[in-house]
Write a protein that binds this ligand. Structure first.
Ligand SMILES: Cc1ncc(COP(=O)(O)O)c(C=O)c1O
Length: 371
C-alpha cells in the first residue's frame, strides 16, 4: 500500500478563479501565468482548468512546447524571453510571444534574423530592478525593435514590485505612462494583486498567477475573501499513529513542543520531503493549522522528513486512518504559509514529486472549448 498522502488538483476551482479574474478586469485579455509547472499544479492539469484564458505565460521552452502538444493554438508568452541565439528559431516554430528585456536579446534577434513576424513584449523597468530596460533606455530599445523586420507587434510591459502592499503602484505607473507616452502598442502590467486591486493598471492584458490557484497575493486570506476564489490544490493524508502524552513529555526532533497536560497527539504521514514546510511552527502563538476529521487543530513539534504531529484535543474521536487536510479546501494554504514564515506561492511550488496527484475534473458543461 502507498503512504496515504495525496494531492488533488481541482480544475473547477481553476476555471472559477479565471472567471473571478475576468470579472475584475472585464476589458482585459488574460495571460494565465503557469510558470513553475503551473505553480506546482502541473501544466497538463492546470491547462484543462484554464483553457478559457486568452494566453498562457510561462518561462521554459519545454513547457511552451508541451502546451502546443496539448493542442493550445493561442498565444504563449515567454516571461523571461529567450536565452540563447538558437532559441530564436523555436520562437517561430512554436509561434511564441517573447519578452525582450535587454540589449543582448535584441542583438540575438538582429543576428538570427528570423522571418517573423514575431510578437514581442518589450519590458520596461519601472522600479522592480530585475528585468527590463531603464526608462532612459526604453525608447531607443523600442526604436531598435521596431526597425527589425522580424518584429511584428510590440506590447509595452512592466512588472510591479508592490501591488500587494500599501506602497502601491502609483510611482511605477507614472514612470510607465511617461515613458510609453505617444508610442503605439498595447500594454501589459498587472500581476494578481494589480488585477484585484488596481483597475487603472489593467490595460489590454493582465497577467495573474497566484489568484488563479486560489491563494492571496498578500498571503492574507482576509484580503481576498470577498472575491470568491477557490483553492486549486488540496494536500491530504491520514493519521498513522496516536500517542498519549503526559505533562512534561516532548514531541519530535529538538523537543520543541512540551505537553503541559495529558493530551493525545496524532502522527500524520506528511513531512518536508512531501513539500510540507519544515519551518511550520509546531509551538508558540501561531502554530500551523491542520484539519483532522474536518476539525481545525494545530501542528505540534518540529516537522520531520516524513511525518508531522498534531494535537488531537479538538477531535477526540480521531483514530488511525482519520483523514487529515494539510491545506486546500477548508484550510487556506495562506494560513499554513503564514505560520511557516512564507507565502502560499512557495508551498504550492514545493509540492514534492513523490506525492501522488489526482485531478478533480471539470464536468462537460463546465469545459470551455479550445480557443
Ligand atoms: C512577469 C510576471 N508577470 C506575472 C506574474 C504573476 O504574478 P502573481 O502570481 O503574483 O500574479 C509573475 C510572477 O512572478 C511574473 O514574473
Amino acid at each position: 500500500m502507498p503512504r496515504p498522502i495525496h494531492a488533488v488538483i481541482h480544475q473547477p476551482a481553476l476555471a472559477n478563479n479565471l472567471d473571478v479574474v475576468r470579472r475584475c478586469a472585464p476589458q482585459s485579455r488574460v495571460w494565465a501565468v503557469i510558470k513553475a509547472n503551473a505553480y506546482g499544479h502541473g501544466i497538463r492539469r492546470a491547462f484543462a482548468g484554464l483553457r478559457a484564458a486568452d494566453g498562457f505565460g510561462l518561462l521554459d521552452l519545454n513547457e511552451a512546447v508541451l502546451l502546443r502538444e496539448l493542442g493550445w493554438q493561442g498565444p504563449i508568452l515567454l516571461l523571461e524571453g529567450f536565452f540563447q541565439p538558437q532559441d530564436v528559431a523555436l520562437l517561430e516554430q512554436y509561434r511564441l510571444t517573447t519578452v525582450v528585456h535587454c540589449d543582448e536579446q535584441l542583438r540575438m534577434l538582429e543576428v538570427a534574423r528570423p522571418k517573423g513576424p514575431l510578437a514581442i513584449q518589450l519590458k520596461l523597468n519601472t522600479g522592480m530592478n530585475r528585468l527590463g530596460f531603464r526608462p532612459e533606455q526604453y525608447r531607443t530599445a523600442w526604436e531598435r525593435a521596431r526597425t527589425l523586420s522580424c518584429v511584428g507587434s510590440i506590447v509595452h510591459m512592466t512588472h510591479f514590485s508592490d501591488a500587494d502592499s500599501a506602497r502601491g503602484i502609483a510611482h511605477q505607473m507614472e514612470v510607465f505612462d511617461a515613458t510609453t507616452a505617444n508610442l503605439p502598442g498595447e500594454a501589459s502590467l498587472s500581476n494578481s494583486a494589480a488585477t484585484l486591486w488596481h483597475p487603472q493598471a489593467h490595460r489590454a492584458w493582465v497577467r495573474p498567477g497566484v489568484v488563479l490557484y486560489g491563494a492571496s497575493p498578500t498571503g492574507q486570506v482576509a484580503d481576498v475573501s470577498s472575491f470568491g476564489l477557490q483553492p486549486a490544490m488540496s494536500l491530504h493524508s491520514e493519521l498513522i499513529s496516536i500517542q498519549d502524552l503526559q505533562p512534561g513529555d516532548t514531541v519530535g526532533y529538538g523537543s520543541l513542543f512540551k505537553a503541559e497536560r495529558p493530551m493525545r497527539i496524532g502522527v500524520v504521514a506528511c513531512g518536508y520531503a512531501d513539500g510540507y514546510p519544515r519551518h511550520a511552527a509546531g509551538w508558540g502563538d501561531n502554530p500551523a493549522p491542520v484539519l483532522v476529521d474536518g476539525v481545525r487543530t494545530r501542528l505540534v513539534g518540529r516537522v520531520s522528513m516524513d511525518m508531522i504531529c498534531v494535537d488531537l484535543t479538538p477531535c477526540p474521536k480521531a483514530k488511525v486512518g482519520s483523514p487529515v487536510t494539510l491545506w486546500g479546501q477548508g484550510l487556506p494554504i495562506d494560513d499554513v504559509a503564514a505560520a511557516s514564515g512564507t507565502v502560499g506561492y512557495e508551498l504550492m511550488c514545493a509540492l514534492s514529486p513523490r506525492v501522488p496527484v489526482t485531478v478533480a475534473t471539470l464536468t462537460a458543461p463546465e469545459q470551455p472549448a479550445l480557443a
